[in-house]
Design a protein around this ligand. Structure first.
Ligand SMILES: Cc1ncc(C[n+]2csc(CCOP(=O)(O)OP(=O)(O)O)c2C)c(N)n1
Ligand code: SF4
Length: 289
């Protein structure tokens, strides 16, 4: 995409659907420095309608994700089978559906192709998929994109289950948990995804539970900015599944806080050069506000 591509030709605006015009006038394209995730509800969002379950925290995470992008007008999102793509594919940012397990291979090719096609422009690529898509069936694609130091961001929306297919255990389900299609209880620990990411060469790695919108926004932005310049970045986000874990909608936030105390305490790792780079950018942004 690009800002010029989004802008209606002169005289054409009055014939466009209101939703599109509102997105241009009141959305975050070209204004992501002013309209961020902490202002959700006060601007036209990139994703507004989706068929995910009511109260699903993964759907909330997807909203925050789009509202936190540093360059939404020049971003392409990669997804795959799984719950998140139900919302990702409804957004006003280009979305590519990789075969289940292939997201990070497709994202690698796309990132390289964009660099060749648009050498003077900033284009961001973000792969978002579930725990099954990235740490089980897509494990080798995920790991090899990191070993190859591909410059894009990977976000794992970890609901600790295969939600979209009715409740099978994943490598990220906690030990002992019983699920609809794993009634005997899981025998193994969660895969240490953030540790693997660090060992495999990710230059920025964060783990979080979605309890603090300001922090989520900062982490997403940092991961995208660092991937542009230095190499692969990874966010491991807890995004609960109300349905498979029987969490009543009104207790979703309470659950996120409880999981934060156990397996999802906030972690942030970055290389020294990434830290220096981000500190400089953030200092300039602060001075401009
Ligand atoms: C190659 C392939 N294998 C299996 C499937 C079936 N499938 C669709 S979604 C899914 C599980 C999704 O679980 P996860 O990736 O954890 O995402 P969630 O739905 O929990 O968000 C599976 C196995 C598929 N679509 N393609
Ligand atoms: S099945 Fe679970 S993760 Fe999927 S949309 Fe519903 S609540 Fe969300």
């Amino acid at each position: 995409m690009g800002l010029r591509y989004l802008q209606p030709a002169p005289g054409f605006k009055e014939y466009l659907p209101k939703d599109y015009v509102d997105l241009i006038d009141f959305g975050p394209f070209g204004k992501s420095d002013q309209l961020d995730a902490t202002k959700l509800g006060q601007f036209k969002e990139i994703v507004e309608e989706h068929p995910m379950c009511a109260g699903c925290f993964m759907a909330y995470f997807v909203r925050v994700f789009y509202a936190s992008l540093p360059n939404p007008e020049d971003t392409i999102v990669l997804g795959t089978a799984g719950c998140a793509r139900l919302a990702l594919s409804q957004a006003a940012v280009p979305f590519i559906y990789g075969n289940y397990g292939d997201t990070n291979a497709v994202a690698s090719g796309l990132t390289r192709a964009l660099k060749l096609r648009f050498p003077d422009k900033t284009k961001d690529v973000v792969a978002i998929a579930g725990d099954g898509g990235l740490m089980d069936i897509g494990f080798s694609m995920t790991m090899h994109s990191w070993f190859r130091r591909e410059k894009f961001t990977t976000i794992m929306v970890d609901n600790e289950v295969y939600g979209n297919t009715g409740g099978q255990e994943s490598g990220m389900s906690p030990k002992g948990v019983q699920l609809k299609m794993a009634p005997k209880g899981k025998k193994f620990d969660k895969i240490p995804a953030t540790e693997l990411a660090k060992q495999a060469g990710c230059v920025y790695v964060a783990k979080l539970s979605p309890t603090n919108v300001k922090r989520m926004a900062k982490v997403i932005r940092r991961a995208v900015l660092a991937a542009r310049e230095f190499g692969p970045t990874f966010i491991h986000a807890y995004t609960s599944c109300n349905i498979e874990y029987s969490i009543p909608t009104e207790e979703v936030l309470k659950d996120a806080r409880e999981r934060e105390k156990k397996d999802f305490g906030f972690e942030e790792y970055m290389t020294d050069e990434v830290r220096q780079y981000l500190e400089e950018i953030e200092k300039k942004e602060k001075a401009n506000k």
